[in-house]
Design a binder for this molecule. Sequence first.
Ligand SMILES: NC(=O)C1=CN([C@@H]2O[C@H](COP(=O)(O)OP(=O)(O)OC[C@H]3O[C@@H](n4cnc5c(N)ncnc54)[C@H](O)[C@@H]3O)[C@@H](O)[C@H]2O)[C@@H](O)CC1
Ligand SMILES: [K+]
Length: 458
Amino acid sequence: MRRAHTVEQVRAAEADLMARLPEGALMQRAAAGLAYAVVDLLGSAYGRRVLLLVGSGDNGGDALYAGALLARRGVQVEAWLLSEHAHPGGLATLKQAGGRVTGRPGRPDLVVDGIVGIGGRPGLRPEAVAALRSLDGVPVVAVDTPSGVGVDTGELDGPHVTAAVTVTFGTHKIAHLVDPAARASGAVHLVDIGLDLPEAPVEALQPDDVAALLPRPRPDAQKYTRGVVGVRAGSAEYPGAGLLSVAGAASGLCGMVRYVGDDAVADRVREAHPEVVGAGRVQAWVVGSGGGKHAGDELAAALADGVPTVVDADALRHVRVPIAVPAVLTPHAGELAAMTGADRGDIEARPLHHARSAAAAYGAVVLLKGRHTLIAAPDGRVRVTTTGTPWLATAGAGDVLGGLIGSLLAAGLTPYDAASVGSWLHGAAATLASGGGPVTAGAVAASIPAAVRGLADG
Ligand SMILES: NC(=O)C1=CN([C@@H]2O[C@H](COP(=O)(O)OP(=O)(O)OC[C@H]3O[C@@H](n4cnc5c(N)ncnc54)[C@H](O)[C@@H]3O)[C@@H](O)[C@H]2O)[C@@H](O)CC1
Ligand SMILES: [K+]
């Protein structure tokens, strides 16, 4: 699991560890990891030029100590002090190692952003903005966090650094996983400094987590014990949504798929998926995609069954609190705006806030679609999906996702696990199907079994 902790949790863990270690030991660990990552990105050390942007706190201290390590390896290191105060020990060590303080740097090969880390407020001061502007185009390695981002919120409120690589310490911070700040973090490299941390409020599943959660058929399995999912999606106007929801549901992760809907759509579904059967008992429902004006009735019929339900697309407008069954709601930003009355732009700027508050308000798991899809539980926990490709932004992909999550619910996963495992597999299947090129929703569904095969045994 990739875990992201709050600043408060990191500070507490750091205080515990510092009390047991010699002074400065943690910063030395951080600086060593940072220097290593800088050389890795540069590809060599001797004769290369690195500029440190240094703020007033320990984030600048990390940059200065790393700069000293780099200078000892033959890198030409300059430090641009953006505050009247700079970490005294770090500054002295850099100078001893041959680093220079400058106000007019030459053009470096790489910039180290040590302006602010977890002590920073969102935004940057004018002098930092001007310094960054003068270095436009030079790759930036951010120390701990790209300066200026909302570390605990993942929000961007004002100017900020956009990093090629962020080297972080002890654990990920929320900004590394949650957009839009995750986009500004670039590739995130974690340096272990030995922190002992509590449960994380935000996490991202990794392949071994998905393998462990995945429902696998037992040796004595039969189709009914593996779970039956029912799909109420598609309509005469939007038959494709029914077909694609079924394609996601019929990827083999539960025992059987039932389709209930318009007769003409049902014929086409059975043509494409001969294994799909008609109405009967189910352990989970998927409702809403392409349901058009029938979506409200379909939702009511599904909820009357009392089984876990995925509510998607057209059905989302008809959800009323409290929802009588364990549910996964799967809106994109526009759909969430229509549900809650919030502004769509604000949802895109503050997806973590909006996903969490919608999950609490509806008492349901809310999967907010995006580049890094968020899955929020009513108790405040959040998982972030980091699999996928921009090619996945294609018509019908959401229908496949809803069906897939429904099959995992039917197989017995909790709504939170079904949504996060389904979202992870959906992204992984898209990456496989895309191979770096365009992809269709049907091809994503067809690649789900391959994505499952790619996991180690759980
Ligand atoms: N907490 C930990 O476990 C460790 C922290 N270390 C480093 O220490 C950093 C935290 O250091 P500090 O607590 O000194 O805080 P920072 O260095 O992040 O910030 C320093 C000060 O900058 C000022 N400031 C706030 N927002 C600003 C802004 N937008 N623009 C300009 N100045 C602003 C504030 O006065 C703040 O206290 C971490 O991010 C990390 O780099 C590491 O040395 C190792 C371990
Ligand atoms: K920084």
